[in-house]
Design a protein around this ligand. Sequence first.
Ligand code: DCP
Ligand code: CA
Ligand code: CA
Length: 365
Amino acid sequence: MPIILHIDMDYFFAQIEERKKPWLKTRPVIVGAHPKKGQGRGVVSTCNYLARKFGVHSGMAISEAYRLCSHAAFLPVRGKLYGTTSGKIMKLLCRNVGQGSMEQVSVDEAYLDVSWLESFSAAKKFGLQLQQSIWKAEQLTASVGIGPNKMIAKIASGFKKPRGLTVITPEQVNGFLQPMRVGVLPGVGEKAALALTDRGINKVSDLLEYPEANLVAWFGKFGHSLYQEARGVDDRTIVTSSEVKSIGRQETFAEDTRDKSLVTKTLIRLAREVWEEMREKKFRFRTVTVTCRYKYFETLDRSKTIASASEQFVTFKSLVLQLFLPLFLDTKKPIRLAGVRLSKFQVEDEEPEQQETPCEQLRLL
Ligand code: DCP
Ligand code: CA
Ligand code: CA
């Protein structure tokens, strides 16, 4: 019986800021761009729960946040500190379940496969102990969700926040899921949610009335997943860092082109996205690949592997430019598509020789 635990840190960046400045705990705290007395550009990265009471949230324009809550403490984003803290928390999780049972999905959350605990009550105890260990090591709180699959575990971790712990057994899945809004289902973003509400489908239970064929007609392939999701079914397994083989992006140009600066600019933009995704996962890369597809679909790529793993964007970027040059010069054909890819990953702080072996298993029970 699969038992999946999802753990997500509470108001992560803002909580880290509160940690060494306890006086912030009783004030609304907003981390993000400078508000410049309401004239600032840029957005809110996150805010504490006191600020959320005023309607402030992640992604909101900082000027809007200032309008809603000008007396908040506005703090700049200290990305490096949050990254280091995230790394420590992920390591702690890894020590408790082993690298092979863990999937980090963003800077502050991870799925853990705890099926080996064999019961939901043991998993609950384990979840509580994880929260305590993180508190002890980092003085930060997290919310935990436990369920029979990733989807349920993730919805459960967000169910009660902050410091929540929600366990949904297989028998409870339908009762838990059906009254929720369709937006909680994975893949249902703003657009899909709108398309559904337009048809009078607001809650997950409303979805149950539609045959799979209808959902497929509306959403294509995603309709199949949606049909399963509405029934609490999610077959996605945990993808561990050693299984992520590569991260890449490519883009097709509106017209085939020989405009070198356009292709270079595109490659750098794609490289930035790829690099950000890699950093979210706390990986470092060794191999960079640049791909060009030319008119008539001929595709060429060039790769370079560096001796020791890097996390540096500048290194990545200069390799991309270096690899692109012969792809541009050797063939005089117009370019239809360009792409970049990173592979041969190492997890941050991990020695190369440790890469293949799971990290020390230090189970809490
Ligand atoms: N983040 C960001 N910009 C966004 C969303 C998030 O910079 N639009 C950053 C800041 C968050 C961190 O990522 O602290 C984690 O994002 P979460 O969505 O998990 O939100 P929080 O951890 O801040 O709050 P919650 O308690 O709701 O999880
Ligand atoms: Ca969070
Ligand atoms: Ca998160």
